[in-house]
Design a protein around this ligand. Structure first.
Ligand SMILES: CC1=C(CCC(=O)O)c2cc3nc(cc4[nH]c(cc5[nH]c(cc1n2)c(C)c5CCC(=O)O)c(CCC(=O)O)c4C)C(CCC(=O)O)=C3C
Ligand SMILES: [Fe+2]
Length: 390
């Protein structure tokens, strides 16, 4: 392309012609609850008692998970940000486990004439459940919609340490500590970063096995701090949690904190990431005067937050007379929305072969890879995926 054309352009070349917001999905009424849970657990051997137990969480809220409305709100916010930047990229929305399903969204965007899709996943960290499963399910959905080979699907990088994800979390934790202080409980606070537990084997297999995002080989033996215990999934979470605490140290220095896990399921004899948040709350020293819980592992205040934190963890804290403030997830915070569109623009330029944009990353382990190697977050079986190398 002639240099003149590039220099006179006011917006980067449009490499993609639409965005697909890829969500988890959730039930929207009592009749949806069991079919939704069967979708989530299909082929995983999750016992009926567990489905029964989880169905109560949803039943308690009228069978409605807040997650779909949260994704509708995020879609609208992304559309607003795209319009304000003059990017002209329509946003479609599809889910892994509830309508609108991925295949519905792919059929819709294909019928509208789109062919090059940039997928934006509603999870920040790297794991089978948070990255690869979305990529596998999109490959399956392409097949189901008869569109394999018709559509090109790429995915923005996992954004755990992108400023758009980090800054709202920093603000939230800071506000939580101020709230404890205002309530007279800020003398000896503790901060917990809560994230979804996953099987330890899945955690160990999270992220790339052979090649780091910058192309260098993964060190043998996993001796590096970032790779010690829980693979990349836990390493990313440790790094982001530490960063958030560093960011608030000007106002709240030396506040003790911990990374804890929630919502474990499956066979109790199979090891999952620990400690569970409830046990961790019980184990806090008597001297702690107040607890701030930040659900850093999630991007919206969906059921895992509304139930497992706002009911269960809160009850545990109340049980020992400990004031607890659960602070919000990024949701539709303008900084998060704008950060996601920065990530879209970053990819636009990269793929156009134009001058690469800065790839902001606030921890040493980012910026995360744009394209996952084939062995990244590998599950039990290697299924076809979108957006992987080779
Ligand atoms: C890492 C991770 C994320 C974060 C990344 C991401 O956001 O994707 C996440 C998010 C979510 N998980 C959710 C719900 C559920 N997760 C389940 C089961 C499981 N999650 C797992 C992991 C994760 N889950 C795992 C290893 C299982 C075990 C079974 C299996 O291997 O598949 C089950 C089945 C019942 C149970 O066992 O609890 C349910 C109902 C909802 C929707 C909430 C709402 O409705 O508002 C959301 C956003
Ligand atoms: Fe889950």
């Amino acid at each position: 392309m002639p240099a003149l054309a590039a220099s006179t352009r006011t917006r980067p070349a449009t490499t993609y012609d639409c965005i697909l917001l890829a969500g988890f999905g959730g039930p929207e009424g009592q009749d949806d609850v069991i079919p939704f849970l069967r979708n989530v657990t299909a082929g995983r051997g999750v016992p009926d008692e567990r489905l029964e137990e989880v169905s109560h969480h949803y039943r308690h809220f009228g069978g409605v998970s807040p997650i779909n409305q949260q994704n509708r709100d995020l879609k609208a916010a992304l559309e607003g940000e795209i319009a304000s930047r003059g990017l002209g990229l329509p946003v479609y929305w599809g889910n892994r486990f509830w309508a609108p399903y991925f295949a519905d969204a792919l059929r819709e965007l294909h019928a509208d004439g789109h062919r090059k899709v940039l997928v934006l996943v509603t999870t920040a960290f790297s794991s089978y459940s948070g990255c690869r499963a979305y990529r596998e399910d999109l490959a399956t959905a392409l097949d189901e919609a008869g569109l394999t080979g018709e559509l090109e699907l790429d995915k923005i990088r996992q954004y755990f340490d992108h400023p758009g994800f980090v800054e709202p979390n920093v603000d939230a934790v800071r506000a939580g500590l101020r709230e404890l202080e205002a309530a007279g409980k800020g003398e000896a606070p503790h901060v917990m970063f809560a994230t979804h537990s996953i099987p330890s084997s899945a955690a160990d297999a999270s992220g790339p096995r052979e090649t780091l995002p910058d192309g260098t080989p993964v060190p043998a033996g996993g001796g590096e701090e970032w790779h010690a215990g829980g693979g990349w999934y836990a390493a990313q979470q440790r790094a982001v949690s530490a960063l958030i605490m560093e960011r608030i140290a000007d106002e709240f220095p030396d506040v003790p904190w911990s990374l804890v896990y929630q919502s474990r399921s499956g066979d109790p004899s199979v090891p999952w990431l620990e400690p569970d948040i409830n046990l961790a709350i019980e184990a806090l020293p008597e001297s702690v005067t107040g607890l701030v819980v930040s659900p850093v592992g999630f991007v919206s205040d969906h059921m895992e937050v509304a139930w497992d934190l706002d009911n269960e963890a809160l009850e545990t804290a109340e049980g020992r007379g400990l004031p607890m403030v659960r602070v919000p997830t990024v949701g539709v915070d303008p900084a998060f929305v704008s950060g996601l569109i920065d990530l879209v623009e970053e990819r636009h330029v990269t793929n156009a072969g134009d001058v690469p944009r800065a790839r902001p990353a606030l921890t040493e382990i980012g910026p995360w890879q744009d394209v996952c190697p084939t062995d990244c977050c590998l599950g039990r079986t290697a299924k076809p995926t979108i957006a992987s190398a080779g």
